[in-house]
Design a protein around this ligand. Structure first.
Ligand code: GTP
Ligand code: MG
Length: 156
């Protein structure tokens, strides 16, 4: 299955939204395969957001992201990258639909609560960048129920 890198930003941590955000991914059916809290250095964050270097908001973005700890996670499941992005909602909370993480919890683009990989390729890069030690592998007992892997018999 596909994996995506999801990160609760410092404002999400400060606002005690860690549990609520994790619950959304668990309830959707994704499997948690990596999780840690880190206070990242500006250098580490500049590498994470290297595609945005040169944007006028870049220095402010790095300052914001380095202002406190983040929660770094890898979630796995069918179409994890695209579905993760749709669960986050649009970058600018002005455009994020209610029901999405940003649409429910955020008001400002520069304080938008959480990050999600924008492609399978960036997910691979980001997972390696945040979890150089590697991530775990285990079988979820729910897979037979959530996905159409094989015929599942639910009655006795
Ligand atoms: P991430 O999941 O954090 O990568 O957001 P995104 O993929 O939806 O947007 P993008 O990668 O283009 O921008 C990364 C982050 O930079 C955004 O989530 C915002 O926090 C911030 N950002 C983007 N555009 C603006 C902007 O116009 N102003 C400010 N202040 N911040 C911005
Ligand atoms: Mg992005």
């Amino acid at each position: 299955f596909e994996q995506t890198y999801i990160m609760i930003k410092p404002d999400g941590v400060q606002r005690n939204l860690v549990g609520a955000i994790i619950a959304r991914f668990e309830q959707r059916g994704f499997k948690l395969v990596a999780l840690k809290m880190v206070h990242a250095t500006p250098e580490h964050l500049e590498k994470h957001y290297e595609d945005l270097k040169g944007k006028p908001f870049f220095p402010g973005l790095i300052k914001y992201m380095a202002s406190g700890p983040v929660v770094a996670m890898v979630w796995e499941g069918l179409d994890a990258v695209k579905t993760g992005r749709s669960m986050l909602g649009a970058t600018n909370p002005l455009a994020s639909a209610p029901g999405t993480i940003r649409g429910d919890y955020a008001l400002a683009v520069g304080r938008n609560i959480a990050h999600g990989s924008d492609s399978v390729e960036s997910a691979k890069k980001e997972i390696a960048h945040w979890f150089p030690e590697g991530i775990v592998q285990y079988r979820s007992l729910l897979e037979d129920v959530i996905f159409e892997l094989r015929r599942t018999v639910l009655r006795g």
